[in-house]
Ligand binder design. Structure first.
Ligand code: ZN
Length: 713
């Protein structure tokens, strides 16, 4: 069907087709049909001719670029658009396509500037392309662990995307907000402070807001900074706004400095100052210059199997179970070893944390890849400085002439991960040999955690205090706000470790004011709170429905301390709010898990006992009793007699009626490496028992599974 000549011309001129591009419309209709039918090459045959006489016609040029991109010729599309944009620099569709073509041809960060231009000029005309660009940027910032920029680009994609994009982004956003490896201050969004500029700055601030509304936060922040310095240097809200914009743009150093300023100026409101300062501290810790870098070093080797034998024999190296192969892996992994700082000693029943060797680095042996002509290699990985040196010299001395440093080693300068020096005391790098029984592992881990939340943190220098320790600044009244923020950051670390830190006790010890409770006005007030603020909600004034909402938000966000406090309140003070016994048991199980993961076994046993009372009173609760007894078993690991009697009871009394249980018990015994507490002559253990072992906790996982988090989790 021929196009209506009185329709608006597709070239974007705003004129009617009859008075604009009518002369090419017959040809272009064919092009549009071919594009719709996914035949870009056929479309290009027509377009290549048309473009010769219509090189500045946006209709022709944008369709040509789109066809080139669908034909995987992004660089050609980029070049064609670049020529056009020299004459029509603000054309909406051309800018959007140009950014997309550049992204495909050159990748980030080369395409960054073009993407910013597309944000500025193309949002109204090409929202779907711009949403796609925002998604790319979100992914890019995620790789750099720039969390605020990640989330804000996701929000932008969510606002602009089509139905498919929205579904995809919404899912990612929910995962992001539930991810405890992202500090909670970065999750759930931040509140934008209200700001009314002085009259002289009104125009500049308006312009900045317009820029920010189309995702150009860096430009907006530059605009606002000039305005702040000239007209309103003392506004806490303005500096907070600048800080948020900088962070959303991915400039974390500048963001931290603006937010520090805002927090210092915000003298009237301690809590909001702390929330802003916590953002600043988290951002600042993440700036690459402030991190210790994980680096690698490459070695040539001729005989992989002989090298492996040598490495296997060394008491300074521990073989790590292979990780699942990565898609982009160039060479198959032949073996991975943890490098110890010294030989592990013999196991003694009273072994202490200080007796254990520590893991300082890793050696990876790579097989050759004949297809890509890649020779066999060995790769050392460790944090720069002493650990890297020690790792390299260990490989060199163990392997001798089986390895030599690769002449073409280009990896030395590469950073494959980072460690934040602030978090050093919280890094578990002890090597626990298999000979250490499960109960002792638990004891040692508890010592480690107690130390983390005690002297480990309190006597460790922190960046936020200019290298002083929390202990050293505790008596300085000027440092209260920064100290409170640092404790918030500590809570985020504890959440990431699935551990409950004694945050209240630390706050009290350092004389920090008790948090001001937030009294909830209505449901929308509740929904508008940041995760930081959620911790301060006065729960006694909430309806049961609102209480559930708070519990749900806290547990979805995996905020351990808050969830623990809320669930405890539920059991102890809101007992009537339980729908039924199933819900009651679910909450008790969550409490038992939370406390057990933190190795607070005594408290976990109490929740366990409460649950048993409920279960015992239920009819037909045989399997549930077994489930709770299995939970108890794990909590009693340090008490050999108790473990034995529980095992025997489960084996004899319950196992007789529940054959599956005996398999599970066999699996547990094997997993824990303990002697079978019942008579000989049982079952061979088969099948996957791990999933049946209730709440198999991260803290009981073998040490080597938690070896390296940065970059290679
Ligand atoms: Zn036209």
């Amino acid at each position: 069907m021929p196009m209506d000549p009185y329709t608006i011309c597709p070239c974007g001129s705003g004129k009617k087709l009859k008075f604009c591009c009518l002369s090419i419309s017959t040809e272009m209709e064919k092009v549009e049909r071919l594009i719709d039918n996914h035949q870009p090459r056929m479309a290009l045959q027509i377009l290549d001719k048309l473009v010769k006489t219509n090189e500045l016609n946006p209709w022709v040029v944008t369709r040509q670029a789109a066809s080139l991109m669908s034909d995987d010729r992004a660089a050609d599309a980029r070049n064609a658009l670049l020529m056009f944009l020299r004459h029509r620099s603000d054309h909406p569709s051309a800018n959007a396509l140009y950014a997309m073509a550049m992204l495909q041809a050159d990748g980030l960060p080369e395409a960054r500037k073009a993407i910013r231009r597309a944000f500025r000029f193309s949002i109204a005309a090409e929202p779907v392309i711009v949403a796609g660009l925002a998604q790319y940027l979100a992914e890019y910032h995620w790789q750099l662990e720039q969390f605020m920029a990640t989330r804000q680009h996701m929000v932008m994609a969510l606002q602009l995307g089509n139905e498919n994009q929205r579904q995809e982004v919404l899912q990612l956003l929910m995962e992001f907000d539930a991810d405890p490896s992202v500090p909670f201050v970065f999750r759930g969004g931040q509140t934008i402070p209200p700001y009314t500029p002085p009259e002289a700055a009104a125009e500049a601030v308006n312009k900045a807001q317009r820029l920010a509304s189309v995702g150009c936060w860096g430009d907006a922040a530059t605009q606002l900074t000039a305005s702040a310095e000239q007209h309103d240097p003392g506004s806490a809200n303005l500096w907070r706004l600048i800080g948020l914009f900088r962070a959303w743009d991915g400039d974390e150093a500048a963001a931290a400095s603006a937010l520090h300023k805002s927090a210092e100026l915000d003298t009237a409101n301690f809590e909001s100052a702390v929330e802003t300062e916590a953002l600043a501290q988290e951002l600042e810790r993440n700036v690459p210059d402030n991190c210790t870098k994980l680096r690698t070093s490459l070695y040539d080797t001729d005989m992989v199997s002989r090298l492996l034998t040598k490495l296997d024999e060394s008491p300074l190296l521990v073989k790590i179970p292979p990780q699942p192969a990565q898609e982009n892996e160039q060479q198959p992994i032949a073996g991975i070893y943890a490098v110890l700082d010294r030989e592990p000693g013999e196991f003694r029943p009273d072994v202490q944390l200080g007796d254990l060797s520590r893991i300082i680095g890793r050696i990876t042996v790579l097989d050759s890849n004949p297809e890509k002509a890649l020779p066999p290699r060995a790769l050392t990985t460790a944090l720069e400085g002493d650990k890297l040196q020690h790792t390299k010299s260990t490989l060199e001395s163990v392997a001798g002439d089986l390895v030599r440093h690769a002449l073409d080693d280009t990896t030395e300068g590469q950073v494959i991960g980072v460690e934040r020096p602030d978090d050093e005391p919280m890094t578990f790098d002890y090597y626990m040999p298999k000979a250490i029984p499960a109960g002792d592992r638990r004891r040692l881990r508890r010592t480690f955690l107690n130390n983390c939340w005690g002297d480990g943190w309190k006597t460790h220098p922190l960046r936020a205090f200019g290298g002083k320790t929390p202990q050293q600044v505790a008596s300085d009244p000027q440092a209260k706000m920064k100290l409170a923020a640092a404790i918030d950051c500590l809570e985020a670390v504890a959440d990431d470790m699935s551990s409950l830190a004694p945050i209240e006790a630390i706050q009290k010890e350092y004389g920090l004011p008790a948090p001001t409770a937030i009294h909830i006005k209505d449901d929308s007030h509740l929904q508008s709170l940041s995760l930081s603020q959620l911790r301060r909600v006065d729960v006694s004034s909430l309806s049961d429905e609102q209480f559930r909402t708070v519990v749900q938000r806290a547990s979805m966000a995996r905020m351990g301390r808050l969830t623990h406090r809320l669930l405890k309140t539920w059991v102890e003070e809101r007992d009537a709010a339980f729908k039924d016994n199933d819900e009651r048991l679910m909450i008790l199980a969550s409490l038992a898990d939370l406390t057990s993961r933190s190795l607070h076994d005594q408290e976990a046993l109490e929740w366990n006992a409460q649950a048993r009372k409920v279960v015992d009173a239920l009819p037909n609760s045989f399997e549930r009793v077994v489930e709770w007894k299995l939970r108890e078993l794990q909590l009693q690991l340090e008490n050999q007699d108790k473990v034995n009697s529980l095992f025997r009871e489960l084996w004899d009394v319950y196992g007789a009626k529940l054959p599956r249980l005996r398999k599970i018990l066999g699996g547990i015994v094997e997993e824990l490496g303990i002697e079978r507490p019942w008579d000989q002559g049982i079952v061979s253990v088969a099948g996957d028992t791990a999933s049946l072992w209730p709440s198999s906790t991260p803290s009981d996982a073998p040490a080597n599974q938690k070896l390296w988090l940065p970059g290679n989790g």
